[in-house]
Structure formats: structure tokens, C-alpha cells
Design a protein around this ligand. Structure first.
Ligand SMILES: Cc1ncc(COP(=O)(O)O)c(C=O)c1O
Length: 364
């Protein structure tokens, strides 16, 4: 399959230079059709038959295997969630973190990670890495770790500027359990989540899944008490006795049934991904950096990072995003930072990047 053919899977790209997979990935025709087909079936036959339910359960297992493959882990260790945020909740509530515990994290995290950490009541030691060079991140985080640290919680890729965090090295050096927020990594760059204790996935972003789809890798499922418990995680239960038996492996952490249509859409999204997609996205991201620099923009993303490219906008960033959208160029601004962020995926091409720089020149 050629890159133009791969690109042609995504209707949004016919009209837009769509550069915001860091929020929501583009939806392919196959994903949209799988979702619509099942919705029509539901309309005709209802959503409650035994066959319908069994097919949804089988679909969940196929999706579990597909997502697991994307991050290089066994399906046995993967819970299906609705988001990264929910995955973080499963991990930190399961660990029973509370006041008296210490967690090391950074000032470059998304609230989807920081929010659940704060809510535990644990003491947070926050490494200042947001404006630091990528090469300094390992030391800056490691130096916050003390003998009392129960967990290190950090991104695989910063949502602010696409910086790649050296979490494998961090785990190795500190020997402290690590929770990795993979929201901006899974589907964007090659991921090997083995070595993490917990690794979250947001499937609605770079994996181009329907909204509210995600996953959580748990290295040792039997060692984490299931506390955010939901019906899909139970092998059996006895309401009168007040007891339950969790499923094997990380299935016990499945907090909720995703809508059957979302399962079908995510399966279609992951079904036939092109080889070489990570190299393609990285190459385009690099080209985007260079084009922006050539046009005199203050690019904050260092070379050789992931697939987000951020740059300072001297004027009103929100107004710039709106003006670009009018020209059918979709990027986002990062509130409170003065930064604009372009997300570059394997579905993009040089024309999207040119439209971005032309659009910026027109808005300037
Ligand atoms: C790094 C990072 N973590 C977490 C989130 C939240 O993701 P979700 O909506 O899947 O909880 C985002 C969303 O943008 C993100 O960029």
C-alpha cells in the first residue's frame, strides 16, 4: 500500500490539513463503516440478544489482542479502559496510594495523570522538566526519587512538546515501580511497554479509535488489588454472600463495557496498519519542524523527539487556531503556554505541512 492510498482511508483529510491526533486521531472509512454497520444492526434487532452480547465479548478479546500487539505486551496483561485517565485511576486506586505515600511525577504531565495522583492524597514530588532539554530529563526525575517513593508516574511522550521521556532508563536506575502515561506514544511511535509496571493507552488519539477507548498494561496483575471493580472484570460473584472471583490476568481490571460500536470501530482501526508508519510519521514531524524553522517560527520541540511539534505563537494563540481552522488547518493551542501544537501522523503528507506554514503566514 502506498502512502497516498493509506492517507485516502481518512475522509477528513480530503478537506482538512488535520494535525490534531494528539487530541483525537482521524477516523478511517473502515472505522466509521464498522461503527455505522453495527448501529444499524442494533436499530433493527435491539441491543440485548445473547448473540449480540457474545459477539461483543468476542470483539473485546480481539481488540485486547490488537492493542496489546501495538505496545508489545501479552493480551493477558491488558485491561480495556475508556481512557488513559481511567487506566491511571485503576492503577493508583489499586495501589492504595494515600497520605503518607510519596509519588514522583513531573511538571510536564497532563491532568489525566496528575489529577488522579493528586486525588490519592499522596505527597507529590514534581520534577521540573517542562522547559528542560530532553537530555536532562532522566537526571531531573531520578533526583526526586527518595527511599520513600512508592511510584514514579510520568509520560512516555510529553503532550506539550513531544519530548520523549526515558522511562525505561528511569525504571532501571531507580528500581521504583513506574506508571507510564502512553497517551501520546501508543500509535504514534514504536512502543515496547514491557519494563513498565503500568502503561496506559488512549486509543482515540494515535490509534485512531472511536472516542472513549483505551487500555492499561499491568505487568503483574495478580499483585494489584482490583479496586475500581466493574462487571466485565468478574469471573463469578455471589451477591447474597458478598463475594466475587476476579477474571484471570488484567481482565480483572476491565472497569466497564465499552459500547459494542466502539469495540467494532477500534477493531477496524487496528486491523490493517501500514508497515513503516512510525518512520513515516517521524520523518514528517522532522520535516514540519524544519519548515516552521525556515519560516522563522520559535519551535520548542527538539529534533529527534516524537510526533508532536510545538512552537511559540507571539500573538493570541486561541485566535490563531480559529483562523487556521477557517483555512481548514487543524492544530491546537496549549492553554496558558502561548504554544501551538501540530500532531503529525503517518496519514499526513507534505501538503498538510505546507498548508500549515502557509496558513500561519496568512494569520501572522
Ligand atoms: C499525555 C496525556 N495524558 C493523558 C491524557 C488524557 O487522555 P484520556 O482522555 O485518554 O484520559 C492526554 C490527553 O490529551 C494526554 O495528552
Amino acid at each position: 500500500m502506498s502512502w497516498p492510498e493509506a492517507r485516502a482511508r481518512f475522509p477528513v483529510l480530503e478537506r482538512y490539513a488535520y494535525l490534531n491526533a494528539g487530541t483525537f486521531g482521524p477516523l478511517s472509512r473502515a472505522t466509521l463503516e464498522a461503527t455505522a454497520r453495527l448501529r444499524s444492526w442494533e436499530a433493527a434487532h435491539g441491543r440485548a440478544s445473547r448473540t449480540y452480547f457474545d459477539e461483543m465479548l468476542e470483539g473485546r478479546e480481539r481488540v485486547r489482542a490488537l492493542v496489546a500487539e501495538q505496545i508489545g505486551v501479552p493480551a493477558h496483561n491488558l485491561a480495556l479502559t475508556e481512557s488513559t485517565t481511567q487506566g491511571v485511576h485503576v492503577a493508583v486506586i489499586g495501589l492504595g496510594l494515600g497520605s503518607g505515600d510519596e509519588v514522583v511525577t513531573t511538571d510536564a504531565e497532563h491532568f489525566g495523570l496528575t489529577g488522579p495522583l493528586v486525588a490519592t492524597g499522596a505527597t507529590l514530588r514534581i520534577a521540573r522538566v517542562r522547559d528542560a532539554p530532553a537530555a536532562d530529563v532522566l537526571d531531573l526525575i531520578a533526583r526526586e526519587v527518595t527511599p520513600r517513593t512508592r511510584l514514579v508516574a510520568t509520560s512516555a511522550v510529553s503532550w506539550i512538546d513531544g519530548k520523549v521521556f526515558p522511562w525505561h532508563e528511569l525504571r532501571e536506575r531507580t528500581q521504583v515501580p513506574i506508571l507510564v502515561d502512553g497517551a501520546q506514544a501508543a500509535g504514534a511511535i514504536e512502543v515496547d511497554a514491557t519494563g513498565a509496571d503500568f502503561y496506559t493507552v488512549s486509543a482515540q488519539k494515535w490509534l485512531c479509535g472511536p472516542d472513549a477507548t483505551g487500555a492499561l498494561y499491568v505487568a503483574e496483575p495478580e499483585a494489584l488489588p482490583p479496586r475500581l471493580v466493574g462487571y466485565p472484570g468478574a469471573e463469578s460473584y455471589d451477591i447474597a454472600a458478598g463475594t466475587w472471583q476476579p477474571k484471570e490476568g488484567a481482565r480483572r481490571f476491565d472497569p466497564a463495557f465499552l459500547p459494542a460500536t466502539s469495540v467494532a470501530g477500534l477493531e477496524a482501526a487496528l486491523g490493517d496498519l501500514p508497515d513503516g508508519r512510525f518512520a513515516r510519521a517521524r520523518e514528517l514531524a522532522e520535516r514540519c519542524r524544519e519548515l516552521l524553522l525556515q519560516q522563522g517560527h520559535d519551535v520548542v520541540t527538539e529534533p529527534g523527539q516524537a510526533t508532536l511539534v510545538s512552537f511559540r505563537w507571539p500573538g493570541d494563540a486561541e485566535a490563531a487556531v480559529a483562523a487556521l481552522a477557517e483555512r481548514r488547518v487543524i492544530v491546537r493551542e496549549l492553554p496558558g503556554t502561548g504554544l501551538l501544537r501540530a500532531s503529525i501522523g503517518w496519514w499526513n503528507d507534505g501538503s498538510d505541512l505546507e498548508r500549515l506554514v502557509e496558513g500561519l503566514a496568512a494569520v501572522d
